[in-house]
Design a binder for this molecule. Sequence first.
Ligand code: ATP
Ligand code: PAF
Ligand code: BAL
Length: 285
Amino acid sequence: MSDLPLRFQSVDALRAQVATWRRAGERIVLVPTMGALHAGHLALVAHARAMGQRVVVSIFVNPTQFGPNEDFSRYPRDTEADLALLAGAGADAAWLPSVETMYPAGFSTRIEPGPAAEGLCGTFRPGHFSGVATVVTKLLNQVGPDVALFGEKDFQQLQVIRSVVRDLDMPVTIEGVPTLREADGLALSSRNRYLAPAERAIAPRLHAVLSGIAERLATGAKAAPLMAEGVASLEAAGFGPVQYLEVRDADTLAPVAQVEREARVIAAAYLGGTRLIDNVAVLPG
Ligand SMILES: Nc1ncnc2c1ncn2[C@@H]1O[C@H](COP(=O)(O)OP(=O)(O)OP(=O)(O)O)[C@@H](O)[C@H]1O
Ligand SMILES: CC(C)(CO)[C@@H](O)C(=O)[O-]
Ligand code: BAL
């Protein structure tokens, strides 16, 4: 195993290290996470490494993106295990701010993202994308990376962050990384560890249903009946409630009735007490 990454808990110390790398002509890649790391996160780190750069991974369970009845307090946290995984993956530094460092007394600013944050998860998690946009803006300002990587698993989040960075002229390139899946198709996610064995056996149906819809959309089928069928299939498999199952344009996230350019079939559904999200690309023709 490689050395543990350098660990930082103050903005000043982090910035001093980044400045040292910059003086040496090195570029910086940031991988923001909420910890409880799994192979999906490590795929982002590997992608960053392949760019031949310094890799900073932030681990921060951000309270402002959780709703009052969501899982903030029980969200899995295991920093030492995360650092060991990051060492194996070759990350250079871990940015581990406390809640007080991110949101000191008197903190009062919120970023309100535009239309990309409307609908889909934005409907079912009010305030969520404002919390994400605010914390990601802070993380980008703290680290000052050249590139920041985000997973396509959280597709709406990726588009929200792209829109914030574009609208606020932030000097960073945002790159999406394809979703890493288990052999049976389930997207890796920290929340998968909430699934009981019987739920874990059902969970891959989400990807299977979305993939089946994507195949038929690619041959010109209309979206509306496929969406209704997809919800019914998920419910029959044991999911519920299905919060949404929609077809959206891959760039604008506008609803799509029939696919003419790249789109995504995108869904969020509960399986028992666990909320799962996933999405699949549709390429016409
Ligand atoms: N399976 C995956 N493949 C690729 N990227 C992923 C995957 N899972 C998470 N990511 C990305 O890792 C980054 C950090 O995500 P986060 O720490 O919230 O993990 P998560 O597994 O998505 O957790 P959660 O269960 O909270 O959704 C995000 O950019 C997210 O899109
Ligand atoms: C981008 C992020 C780290 C912001 O807290 C979080 O939403 C996540 O892990 O996807
Ligand atoms: N991976 C997205 C973070 C969240 O669900 O809050």
